[in-house]
Design a protein around this ligand. Structure first.
Ligand SMILES: *Cc1c(COP(=O)(O)O)cnc(C)c1O
Length: 393
């Protein structure tokens, strides 16, 4: 058999810079490579493996549904899709859900809904969506346009028109952008993930909510990364005391299988008619069965644990050698070194048996499984603290 790395480098499109590790197995928070090395996975597949690898409860829900029916298309009703939508609406106060397969696709649907709403209520030219610098909303041409990072824009011109980005937490710039454009919506992440794990200020959210009211704008809240218990509440907006008009989510919801969801609030709940949007795989019954099982486990007790472990991470890492700052909410944490690069620190962590992510602004990013044990967490934090110390010249 050919070497996996060589095969991959020969035949898989070179869109990723991979670490030199072939993951062949995993259990809970532990990933195993083809050499038998074990790693504590503090990234959970970029916030996807909500309860770690091969979680027995999630697996049982998926397998039971696979035994019943794995797919039928959206020409027919299936139980898990309807039940998952009910659960999401009951727990958020949003009214209807569109299912798809990824974060980018969920955001595409949100953008379509906002454009359609503005078209019907304000006029054809009110299609501009204000987004934030350093945001990340996906890789399709439209979600790239929504992503306020120049480096993503250059390669694939022309992008979808109708997006203007302003600095995060700059209330005046947001207000000016709304006034100077024919605006349909404001799109934000309560905590910018890829951009550097930067939580938005309460005052900035309050300004967005006020402007939305004044100018009849929609607020699109991208919770692809922050959602599903990650930040210590079911969705991060719940910590800011507002209800967005549209909430998108993906990553952790499926626990490892692809799903995206666009939750539509009161203003847009009837915006789509049959044929206006769709997805062949969207609402897949096996994926939805797993997501239902995941959501039911995100209860007050689990969320309290997320907050407790978050405090543990902050108190352990704050003030450690070469740690400049620790930011984030719940189990979504960004750590900035005083010296050295986050990439080098991630490499040192890997060599010492801990998988971490990086993010913009030279941050090491942690998104561990929500059920990580204290013992695993403490072991990982030890390695991470040492890697930061080693990063100092
Ligand atoms: C990951 C991410 C996306 C894109 O999700 P995909 O599933 O990769 O398309 C969009 N928004 C945010 C905030 C993300 O973190």
């Amino acid at each position: 058999m050919k070497d996996i790395k060589t095969l991959d480098q020969t035949y898989v499109a070179s869109t990723y810079g991979r670490f030199p590790v072939v993951i062949t197995g995993g259990k809970g928070c532990i990933a195993v490579d083809d050499q038998g090395n074990e790693y504590i996975d503090m990234g959970s597949g970029i916030g996807v493996n909500l309860f770690g690898y091969s979680d027995p409860i999630w697996k049982e829900a998926v397998i039971a549904q696979l035994d019943a029916v794995q797919h039928t298309s959206n020409l027919y009703y299936t139980g898990p899709c309807a039940q998952l939508a009910e659960l999401l609406c009951e727990r958020t106060g949003l009214k209807k859900v569109f299912f798809c397969n990824s974060g980018a696709e969920a955001n595409e649907c949100a953008i379509k809904a906002a454009r359609r709403y503005a078209q019907l209520n304000k006029g054809d030219d009110f299609y501009t969506i204000i987004t934030l610098n350093n945001s990340f909303h996906g890789r399709t041409l439209t979600t790239l346009a929504a992503t306020g990072q120049e480096k993503f824009h250059k390669l694939f011109q022309p992008l979808t028109p109708g997006f203007v980005s302003v600095p995060a937490n700059d209330c005046e710039a947001l207000s000016d952008a709304v006034k100077n454009n024919k605006t349909a919506a404001i799109m934000l992440e309560c905590i910018q993930g890829e951009g550097g794990v930067n939580p938005l200020d309460q005052a900035f959210i309050d300004t967005a909510v006020q402007l939305a009211k004044e100018y009849d704008l929609l607020i699109i809240d991208d919770e692809v990364q922050t959602g599903n218990g990650r930040t210590g509440t079911l969705y991060a907006y719940m910590q800011y005391g507002f209800l967005p008009d549209i909430v998108t989510t993906a990553k952790g919801l499926g626990g490892g299988l692809p799903i995206g969801a666009t939750m539509l609030g009161e203003k847009v709940k009837e915006i789509f008619k049959p044929g206006d949007n769709g997805s062949t795989f969207g609402g897949n019954p096996a994926v939805c069965a797993g997501a239902i099982s995941n959501l039911k486990r995100i209860d007050d007790a689990l969320l309290a644990e997320v907050k407790r472990k978050s405090d543990l991470i902050f108190s352990t890492l704050n003030g450690k050698t070469n740690v400049k700052s620790v930011a984030g909410m719940g189990l979504m944490i960004g750590i900035e070194p005083e010296q050295g690069t986050a990439g080098d620190i991630a490499k040192t962590c890997l060599e010492n048996g801990v998988l971490v992510l990086t993010a913009g602004g030279n941050k090491v990013r942690l998104l561990p499984p929500l059920n990580i044990s204290d013992a695993e967490l403490n072991r990982a934090l030890d390695v991470i603290a040492n890697a930061f110390a080693n990063g100092k010249e």
